[in-house]
Design a binder for this molecule. Structure first.
Ligand code: UDP
Ligand code: MN
Length: 600
């Protein structure tokens, strides 16, 4: 009996040694990729445990090339309308249809119908991205797309782009949330198409219009995968878009990652870059803004960089972290403000947010919003108030100063949101401003500095004449006219501000004096203010009384009183038409020119 036991033990140890040896040789021959192909050797339970324990540290950090090179090659050979993201056009015979579909979509949906649902788009990633490897151990995703009356072909192209450009193992499902659409083609035609062609796509139908925020929440509740990816219903995922989004989440689940959002032109469906990255931010009216990359971000153009707020439409987040944060505040209505809510709580409650340059997704920025949301009143203001009250602490005041109607607005019940913040021991908004959005107030100060100068701008050579912008808009000229102070008949717009941005604008408006030509007599026109960079930069020389445009090759504002025209030209200190008197000059601000506003 005893001998038997000994020989069984001997046999087992020999077998175990053999198995271990086999595994070792296997691994040696195949690198350490053994874990992704289940071994067919039936291992005793104990050994499986050993195997698991040994595998973890070795494989957890292993990186692979996730790119589907075969697919990339196939796509490069495609030809046809809109392929490779090249701009395309409709025959004029379709003008009536084009107009009809524009009205309900805000983009050229008739053209979309002529472009393949599987079209190729240009791989415009930074060249470093093409060489990058990512962790082999990544969690799969549920892609959630909420839509209200989306055009059929753009919605399906969103799905196809995700399916075509995601590794099969990383895509669990796509959840389409129909936010009570009324378009007929989004009913059984959509069901049938999805049933026949898109087995990974599931459709959830909401009974009543609930808005983007609750639509996304409904989809996220149904999601099975460990990572949630939210997309707009008119997006196109680009080559190898998922691994760069997933790796930072695999390294720390309290992470949210946004792709670069490329532009799909609303008229031609051309696919192009918006820019090569910037950090998300906001101004104190809560308009979404962008801050420049930091020097360390610029050094590594293919590495994820920290971003204070997301643009909103497209991002990946671990489901665990999303739900720890309570998802979106379900009290937010329709659309808007949710990107701030989630961004603030990610940062303040112990998480982090990145933009991943190697993940790119195109989005159709509409020409105009096609559907009315007015049935909910000022839902955007109410959303902002909820976000400000729950997350922004004393900084809410700076929002209310600019949006005073929010002060008296009822934000609804905030108890749950506030107790969540307490429960998670989230940090203060001051911490967020100091540590994460630390350069925001340089560009968007809490309190706007006073104007450098304001009032009428009168020509000295022709002293009856003043600058006049006539209430005009983008690309229209600023002219010279009789000063309305002395000539009440003149119907003009003659009050201006030389603001702390170092731009000049008609009082209270956001159109700025702009020079778009480099020739000798470049006309003065208006263009939406863009922060005094480049061609909207002005300086008033109090002593010489000149208005100087630009910094690298400055030119002076001059007037032709006979033709009532104004333009910039070579500065000439002897010219009296190049001299101007601004009604009010704030000498204290002028003496601090270098210290205030943009450094130029
Ligand atoms: N959306 C929704 N319900 C709404 C409004 C919008 O599901 O009440 C969807 C919409 O179809 C899109 C996403 O939310 O997929 C974002 O909306 P939209 O594209 O209009 O916003 P934009 O990108 O223009 O800011
Ligand atoms: Mn959109």
């Amino acid at each position: 009996m005893k001998r038997n036991v000994i020989s069984v033990v001997k046999f087992l140890s020999l077998a175990a040694i053999t198995v271990l040896f086999t595994i070792y040789v296997f691994r040696f021959l195949r690198g350490s990729r053994i874990s992704d192909t289940p071994t067919s050797l039936p291992l005793p339970e104990k050994l499986q445990d050993v195997e698991h324990v040994q595998e973890q540290p070795q494989n957890a950090g292993e990186k692979i090339d996730w790119q589907d090179l075969k697919k990339i090659r196939e796509e490069s050979k495609r030809s046809g309308k809109g392929e490779h993201g090249i701009a395309s056009f409709l025959s004029p015979s379709l003008d009536v249809l084009k107009e009809k579909l524009y009205q309900v979509n805000g983009f050229n949906a008739a053209l979309s119908d002529e472009i393949s649902l599987n079209r190729s788009i240009p791989d415009i990633r930074n060249s470093e991205c093409k060489k990058k490897k990512y962790l082999q151990n990544l969690d799969s995703v549920s892609v959630v797309v909420s839509f209200h009356n989306e055009h059929f072909s753009t919605l399906m192209r969103t799905c196809w782009s995700v399916i075509n450009r995601s590794p099969v193992t990383l895509l669990e499902e796509i959840i389409l949330v129909d936010d009570a659409s009324t378009k007929i083609e989004l009913k059984s035609k959509l069901d049938d198409y999805v049933y026949e062609n898109l087995p990974k796509v599931k459709i959830i139908r909401l009974k009543k219009r609930s808005g983007l925020i609750r639509g996304r929440l409904a989809g996220a509740h149904k999601a099975k995968a460990k990572v949630l990816v939210f997309l707009d219903s008119h997006s196109e995922a680009n080559v190898n878009w998922l691994p760069p989004l997933l790796e930072p989440i695999a390294q720390d689940y309290k992470t949210c990652v946004c792709p670069f959002i490329d532009v799909i032109a609303y008229e031609t469906f051309e696919y192009r870059a918006q820019d090569e990255g910037a950090r998300g931010a906001f101004d104190w009216q809560l308009y979404y803004k962008r801050l420049p990359l930091l020097p360390e971000d610029l050094k590594n153009p293919s590495e994820p960089f920290k971003s204070p707020v997301m643009a909103g439409g497209l991002f990946a987040i671990s489901a665990k972290f999303f739900w720890e944060l309570g998802g979106y505040d379900p009290g937010l209505e329709i659309w808007g403000g949710e990107q701030y809510e989630l961004s603030f709580k990610i940062w303040q409650c112990g998480g982090q947010m990145f933009d991943a340059p190697c993940s790119r997704v195109g989005h159709i920025y509409r020409k105009f919003p096609p559907f009315s949301n007015h049935f909910k009143g000022d839902f955007l203001g109410r959303n902002y108030k909820r976000v400000a009250e729950v997350w922004m602490d004393e900084y809410a005041e700076y929002v209310y100063r600019r949006l005073p109607h929010l002060r008296t607005m009822d934000p609804g019940d905030l108890k749950e949101q506030k107790s969540l913040r307490k429960k998670l021991h989230c940090k203060s908004f001051k911490w967020f401003m100091d540590k994460i959005a630390f350069d925001l107030v340089d560009v968007y100060p809490l309190v706007e500095p006073d104007d450098f100068a304001s009032g009428e701008i009168r020509n000295i050579g022709a002293s009856d004449f003043c600058l006049d912008s006539k209430g005009r808009g983008q690309d229209e000229d600023v002219v010279l006219d009789l000063c309305s102070k002395d000539n009440p008949d003149i119907q003009g717009e003659q009050k201006f501000q030389l603001t702390w941005h170092k731009d000049i604008r008609p009082q209270g408006r956001t159109q700025c004096f702009d020079i778009s030509r480099a020739d000798l007599k470049a006309p003065l026109s208006l263009y939406p203010c863009h922060g005094s960079q480049g061609n909207q930069l002005w300086r008033y020389d109090v002593e010489k009384q000149t208005l100087v445009h630009g910094s690298s090759s400055p030119r002076c504002l001059d007037a032709d009183p006979g033709r009532q025209k104004v333009f910039v030209t070579t500065c000439d200190s002897s010219s009296s038409t190049q001299k101007w008197r601004i009604e009010k000059v704030n000498m204290k601000a002028m003496n601090n020119w270098e210290k205030i506003g943009p450094k130029v």
